[in-house]
Design a protein around this ligand. Structure first.
Ligand SMILES: [Fe+2]
Length: 191
């Protein structure tokens, strides 16, 4: 079964994101889908040979390409929100309960995304305890929490913002927050 790239062109026109930036980002995403399929094909159908360095490197690479594909899907899907967060609603209350206050969560999530390096900020829900954690992911594959459900995913690779914001990552994060689809985020939470 080959993975199919999803269409996120509905996001074009989103405030704070130029069409050029979004279209380039969709193209990069499609590259991860293509490469995930390529690796699936190269690695499939036969047992691997652990003494073959080529096999080992392709195997390692799979985590990079697959997560590069899937994280972009989470990211684009949690964007395009049209309404602000209802601060008295269930989601805001869940975040406040987990972090002490809604603002503490938001500040910590922004700080996670502002860290030096390329990668992702992810709000995870631990599938075992239900606990919420803001986590930094290095590149696409390093730092994931086993059994963690991604609730909010923010791309902080330079390609996600440099076209529109130069090096001002904090301004991009502010634009990201204006476009969060809070309903999608709430739907991902396991009660
Ligand atoms: Fe990206």
């Amino acid at each position: 079964m080959a993975y199919q790239a999803k269409d996120y062109s509905n996001l074009i026109g989103m405030e704070g994101f130029s069409e050029t930036l979004l279209k380039n980002h969709f193209t990069l995403y499609q590259g991860y889908v293509t490469n995930t399929n390529k690796l699936t094909e190269l690695l499939g159908g036969k047992p691997g040979d652990a003494t073959n360095p080529e096999y080992a490197e392709l195997k390692r690479r799979f985590g990079f390409e697959f997560n590069g594909m899937r994280l972009h899907e989470y990211y684009f899907e949690n964007l395009g929100g049209k309404t602000p967060l209802d601060k008295s609603g269930t989601l805001a209350k869940t975040l406040a309960d987990a972090f002490g206050s809604y603002d503490t969560w938001e500040q910590d999530f922004r700080a996670t995304g502002a860290m030096r390096g390329i990668g992702w900020a992810i709000l995870y829900q631990d599938d075992v305890t239900g606990q919420l954690v803001n986590q930094w992911i290095n590149e696409h594959e390093i730092g994931h929490l086993a059994g963690g459900r991604p609730i909010l995913v923010m791309d902080v690779f330079e390609h996600a913002f440099i076209t529109d914001y130069g090096l001002k990552r904090a301004d991009y994060i502010a634009a990201f927050f204006k476009n969060i689809n809070w309903g999608v985020m709430e739907g991902r939470l396991k009660q």
